[in-house]
Design a protein around this ligand. Structure first.
Ligand code: EPZ
Length: 414
């Protein structure tokens, strides 16, 4: 478990890694060509290892040198291993590319997780509109047929469904129109990569128009991780201290920076650096998660921890996932005053949090508990480190750069 001794203001600078949610679809894009794909700024994360294991199981060869990976070879296997897909939803993105390249694909349904049911109906309906013959049998999606151009309307701007259709569309020599697509920076980074591989993608006001065909080699540096960035900004401010980030795209953090200013924290942006500080405390605010450029759901748990020490009351609406309050019970155990009201929580700010033993239920809930731990009086022990390792590279080291007292301890099995 991760152990944190909290209770003192943090201060320091952290360099942000490449974005997990940009590198995962980029790795799948390698299935679209037999030529080499070089990805740069690839973070060392469990989820990245899982995605690399997936494409290796499908026939690709991977070389890694530092934060650069080179992917070569031909994907000749149409069946994705259940063991990998069940470990991580983002591996479901291989469905469209395998079907496009091999004329068939067999991919287990990813299933739900603690933050929601997370169906893939939009992925399947979208591919079916492009000509795929889709059949689900015993939890496995079987897809066959030749894909063709067409228009797909998304009833919700799903990140995953947009990426699935972009990846499939990039192989089709006719126009594919994705109406109401997601526009998260990670989605736009995939667009950048597909264009570098030879596809045409026009991002219009209400749709993406994709025309693809035979894709070739490319070299691509993924964008910095805006969720990791937001997490460290909140790590600094939750202690009444400050944090400075290097190597970020400040424009990807607009929603968070606006909310920090709204609650009275200081924010400075210069070039690819962002600094936030809250030396005089902060006040309660209202927040609603939404698709980009709205407030990111992946920063909601961390912001909840921060607002549990605000002056006054905050209301937080979680609009993207139906059950993303797994961190609330654990924060209450640390002394937070939070009440659940359907898709919202009411947070009454308290003077202080107290360290105790808590458990992370997912990546971002884990990050929220680490933040609560650096602010809390005493020592906090956080079980479920594997969740953090899925989404945060060198977390202890980066927290130590901010002056945090943090270490890893063997957890006794209870
Ligand atoms: C991506 O998940 C991210 N994961 C998530 O980050 C992030 O929380 C989410 O986008 C929203 O920003 C990766 O990029 C690997 P969605 P994804 O499809 O693609 C519903 C993290 O912590 N929906 O936009 O699964 C769905 O149930 C992770 O890094 C359907 O109903 O998100 C959810 O309520 C957690 N049918 C909503 O849309 C579908 O076919 C948003 O899901 C697809 C989605």
């Amino acid at each position: 478990m991760i152990v944190v001794r909290g209770g003192r203001p943090l201060s320091g600078r952290v360099r942000i890694s490449g974005a997990k949610n940009a590198v995962l679809p980029a790795i799948v894009a390698s299935l679209l060509t037999d030529e080499p794909l070089i990805l740069k700024r690839v973070p060392r994360l469990l989820d990245v290892e899982t995605q690399l294991a997936l494409i290796e199981a499908l026939g690709k060869r991977v070389e890694r040198e530092g934060d650069v990976i080179t992917i070569r070879g031909e994907a000749g296997v149409a069946t994705a291993p259940r063991e990998i897909v069940s470990r991580m939803r983002a591996s479901f993105l291989c469905l469209g590319p395998l079907l496009a390249r091999l004329g068939e694909a067999h991919v287990p349904l990813p299933g739900g997780c603690v933050i929601g049911a997370r169906p893939v109906d939009l992925h399947l309906a979208g591919l079916a509109r492009l000509g795929a013959d889709i059949r689900v049998d015993e939890g496995v999606v079987h897809a066959a047929g030749a894909l063709h151009g067409g228009e797909v309307w998304l009833r919700y701007p799903s990140v995953g469904a947009t990426e699935q259709l972009l990846l499939a569309g990039a192989t089709i020599p006719e126009e594919v129109e994705i109406v109401n697509p997601a526009r998260e920076p990670e989605v736009m980074d995939l667009v950048r990569l597909l264009v570098a591989m030879g596809a045409e993608v026009k991002a219009l006001e209400d749709r993406f128009i994709v025309r693809g065909g035979r894709l070739g080699e490319a070299e691509h540096a993924v964008i910095p991780d805006r969720i990791e960035a937001g997490t460290y900004l909140l790590a600094g401010t939750i202690t009444g201290g400050e944090a400075e980030l290097a190597d970020v795209h400040p424009e990807h953090l607009t929603a968070l920076l606006a909310k920090l200013e709204e609650c009275g924290a200081e924010v400075e942006v210069s070039g690819d650096r962002v600094r936030a500080a809250a030396p005089r405390g902060w006040r309660g605010i209202e927040v609603e998660t939404a698709p980009y450029p709205g407030f990111p759901t992946d920063l909601q748990p961390q912001l909840t921890a921060f607002l549990s020490l605000a002056r006054g009351r905050s209301i937080i609406w979680e609009r993207v996932f139906e059950s993303r309050f797994g961190h609330v019970g654990e924060l209450i155990r640390m002394g937070a005053r939070i009440t659940l009201q359907g898709q919202a929580i009411a947070v009454e700010g308290v003077e202080e949090l107290r360290g105790t033993e808590v458990a992370a239920t997912d990546i971002r809930a884990g990050a929220a508990l680490v933040l609560a731990g650096v602010a809390a009086r005493g020592v906090t022990r956080i079980r479920g480190v594997e969740h953090l390792r899925r989404g945060y590279e060198n977390m202890e080291e980066k927290l130590a750069r901010l002056g945090a007292k943090v270490w890893v301890e063997e957890a006794s099995v209870t």
